[in-house]
Design a protein around this ligand. Structure first.
Ligand code: GDP
Ligand code: CA
Length: 319
């Protein structure tokens, strides 16, 4: 079976770890990764979501934190600070720096991001095929109004430095309108037997991937059933500030509302947590098959059970 998943960072990566446990030997998982979170720092190209997937599935992640490398040290960051060179709000550890140096070096030598990602994965052996959504530069910006007036900031500045404390007025994936899907993306979607939306951020992770021209259409037109899992449980994100970016696109932070936001032209099935059982009927009325199952990724077995439920729902809607 060929499974395609559209993934952001932590929510996507943790789900994929469970999915790997849930699939049968011989099944192939292709992950289309969000690159709208990418940022250039200290002259280096940083791809936080791709790296979170790569480190999590490759055994290099800082488990508790959910991002960055295990056993990290911070000498470079301290030295940069001593020079007065910022930004200091984005955590890049010494081990992590090496990844960004290799990536930047390869990009400078002319390799597209998809080839660079493949090379980095050669070390990490994530057990999935990880493809960036696009080789073209896309950077999500957030419009806010604060004491400096109305302005757009890079998504990382909004999320990491400002902790999404001011309202997001608009989310703009800058560059997405002219970006092309990376080689293999549309093919993987067209050839998939199942397409999954992990419980990743519906706006700035999955939404950004779908904003690359051609990808939304390919998912909508795919022969494969499309099943998603809610990142919202009991009216709030399990982790992070997804409610802030949902509000920016006029969507309530509610499990059923997220499914309706994706819509029945994309989704065939949707899983909500058992706490949101009451959301099932309205999702089904919107033409999306819906089930309530436990959706907390407390450990790998619990996450594998979520993945099995998603695959089962996919088999059901396929008929
Ligand atoms: P990011 O790029 O690191 O923000 O990660 P993603 O976009 O892939 O996923 C973020 C989303 O994962 C957040 O909106 C969380 O609500 C969701 N999430 C995190 N842990 C869990 C969990 O245990 N269960 C569910 N259902 N969602 C989760
Ligand atoms: Ca992200």
């Amino acid at each position: 079976m060929r499974i395609v998943a559209l993934a952001g960072g932590i929510g996507g990566a943790r789900f994929l770890r469970g999915l790997k446990e849930a699939v049968a030997p011989g099944d192939e998982i292709t992950v289309i990764g969000n690159t709208g979170d990418d940022i250039h720092l200290f002259g280096l190209k940083v791809c936080p979501d791709l790296d979170t997937v790569m480190y999590t599935l490759g055994g290099g992640i800082h488990e508790e934190q959910g991002w960055g490398r295990a056993d990290e040290t911070w000498s470079v960051k301290e030295e940069m600070k001593a020079y007065g060179v910022g930004p200091d709000w984005f955590g890049l550890g010494d081990r992590d720096f090496a990844t960004h140096i290799v990536r930047t070096q390869m990009i400078s030598a002319g390799y597209p991001l998809s080839a660079v990602t493949e090379a980095l994965c050669h070390r990490w052996q994530p057990g999935v095929r990880l493809i960036p959504m696009s080789d073209d530069r896309v950077e999500t910006h957030v419009r806010i109004t604060d004491e400096q007036g109305s302005r757009a900031v890079h998504f990382q500045e909004y999320w990491v430095r400002l902790h999404a404390e001011v309202a997001a007025e608009a989310i703009v994936p800058v560059g997405a309108d002219t970006a092309k899907p990376a080689p293999g993306v549309l093919e993987a979607i067209a050839e998939a037997d199942v397409i999954l939306f992990p419980p990743s951020n519906p706006v700035v992770s999955v939404g950004t991937i779908l904003a690359v021209p051609g990808i939304r259409r390919a998912v909508a037109d795919a022969a494969a059933p499309v099943v998603g899992l809610s990142p919202i449980i009991g009216g709030a994100p399990v982790r992070g500030m997804a409610d802030k970016v949902l509000a920016a696109v006029g969507v309530e932070a509610e499990a059923g509302a997220v499914a309706r936001h994706y819509g029945s032209d994309l989704l065939d099935g949707w899983l909500v947590d058992t706490a949101d059982e009451s959301a099932v009927a309205a999702v089904e009325e919107a033409g999306i098959r819906c089930r309530a199952v436990p959706l907390l990724m407390t450990d790998v077995p619990a996450t594998a059970a979520m993945a099995r439920a998603a695959l089962q729902l996919a088999a059901e809607v396929r008929g």
